[in-house]
Design a protein around this ligand. Structure first.
Ligand code: SAM
Length: 418
């Protein structure tokens, strides 16, 4: 009978009992049998298979709600950097947190967007989860110590109000950006949501699925994404989108992906490195990471799957290996690869940009700024370098510098019509 319950949970929510352990399922079962006053497993089975509300309660009892504010910070700076560089026309930008658990992730998305200079009218956040219990907590929005982890809690002063009975609640501006709804990732998206999101967070859920269910879930996630949309998964899940045809979005430690083109051979890594230091800035060919509108194959720049993207020359292969290391969060390796690239091939906008990203992630903002600036000197239209430098300057308190770069990005977007 326990096996039947396992199968029921797998069919309903994709839960792979091996990922959580049978003891979690036993514990949830015990909790529900006690709550319903049913002592016999067969009797409980006949109730749970007939009553949608009891099934929901069993799901609530079995899921893992673990989450906290700014969990994996780079995911949120990756989100805003990508939005700034690539989602330049659409307003409001549409963001999805699925699963949102008790709301911390979705509210963090709102805080990060405000921090990046977006206003309340510039974005909306939909948040979904299969647990009605979690959603009630999310809407109550009262958070204790467990939701605030790590040492950098300055965001709490900026965006939360202490509550008399204890705990903190996000301010009205943050609360107002997020809309919660019960949903199962494995169900088809509603028609209005198909292709509707510019950025989708699906973090720390795929790990609870078996392989076929992970593939199903990724196909669903793709349906939610607008052309050129960004998908962010958890660190332990970062190999899965690649295996399902996504390409890395090259945002270090963000575990972020875009849809790889299906129909055309993948463009090889683009080397913008001049053979020798340029006498004057070199115009960078426009290569937006955001895929083109439907019909045309999406113009994702430089996806990195080796099988689809055989490196055509040593310089391109070297750049690809820097990106792979950076995207995999192997900072020391990425730094070494970038330095080796510069030594072997001379100045390169992409190598400087990656060196900057690594230094930024590693807590060396001054060095990161220098390298972003070098990248922009070599390739004045390097959107990613401009966006990352803008974010870094903003974090450093140089609002004027950040605004200047953001206006430059806006002007570029207006020119290219993206
Ligand atoms: C570990 S939390 C992750 C929360 C957040 N994304 C994060 O990374 O901090 C996993 C959440 O997935 C939800 N969940 C489990 N199966 C689901 C499904 N099939 N569809 C939607 N949500 C699901 C659970 O209710 C739980 O809140």
């Amino acid at each position: 009978m326990l096996g039947a319950i396992e199968q029921l949970l797998k069919d309903e929510i994709g839960l792979n009992s091996q990922s959580v352990g049978l003891s979690v399922i036993r514990h949830a079962l015990k909790e529900r049998m006690t709550a319903t006053g049913i002592g016999d497993l067969h009797e409980y089975w006949s109730v749970v298979t007939r009553s949608r509300s009891e099934l929901q309660q069993l799901i609530n009892a079995v899921i893992v709600p673990e989450t906290w504010f700014f969990r994996d910070r780079d995911a949120f700076s990756g989100m805003t950097g990508y939005a700034r560089a690539h989602i330049t026309r659409r307003r409001p930008i549409r963001l999805l947190s699925l699963p949102c658990s008790t709301g911390e992730e979705a509210y963090t998305m709102a805080m990060a967007m405000f921090d990046a200079g977006y206003g309340a009218d510039d974005f909306t956040i939909e948040a979904r989860d299969i647990s009605s219990r979690n959603l009630e907590q999310a809407q109550l929005a009262l958070y204790g110590r467990n939701s605030f982890r790590g040492t950098d809690l300055a965001f709490r002063d900026r965006y939360f109000e202490p509550v008399e009975e204890g705990g903190y609640r996000p301010n009205a501006a943050v609360l107002g950006r997020v809309h919660f709804k019960l949903a199962n990732l494995l169900d088809p998206p509603e028609a209005a949501e198909l292709g509707g999101y510019d950025i989708v967070f699906c973090r720390n859920l795929l790990i609870y699925f078996d392989r076929p269910t992970q593939d199903r879930a990724l196909d669903r996630l793709e349906q939610f994404l607008a052309p050129g949309g960004l998908l962010l998964v958890g660190p332990a899940e970062s190999a899965l989108p690649i295996a399902r045809g996504f390409a890395s979005a090259r945002l270090p430690m963000a575990f972020a992906f875009v849809r790889a083109p299906k129909t055309q051979p993948v463009e090889p890594p683009r080397a913008v490195t001049p053979a020798a230091p340029p006498a004057k800035p070199v115009a960078r060919p426009a290569a937006p990471m955001r895929p083109a509108p439907p019909k045309k194959p999406p113009a994702v720049s430089r996806p990195l799957q080796p099988k689809e993207s055989p490196a055509p020359d040593p310089r391109a292969a070297s750049l690809a290996s820097i990106e792979r290391a950076a995207n995999g969060g192997r900072l020391a390796e990425a730094r070494e690869a970038a330095l080796a690239h510069l030594a072997q091939f001379g100045p390169s906008a992409d190598a400087f940009y990656h060196l900057g990203l690594v230094q930024d992630a590693d807590g060396h903002p001054a060095e990161a700024i220098q390298n972003y600036r070098k990248a922009i000197y070599l390739a004045p239209d390097h959107r990613e370098a401009l966006a990352q430098l803008a974010l870094l300057l903003q974090r450093q308190g140089d609002g004027a510098g950040a605004r200047a770069l953001n206006s430059r990005l806006d002007r570029m977007a207006n020119r290219s019509g993206s």
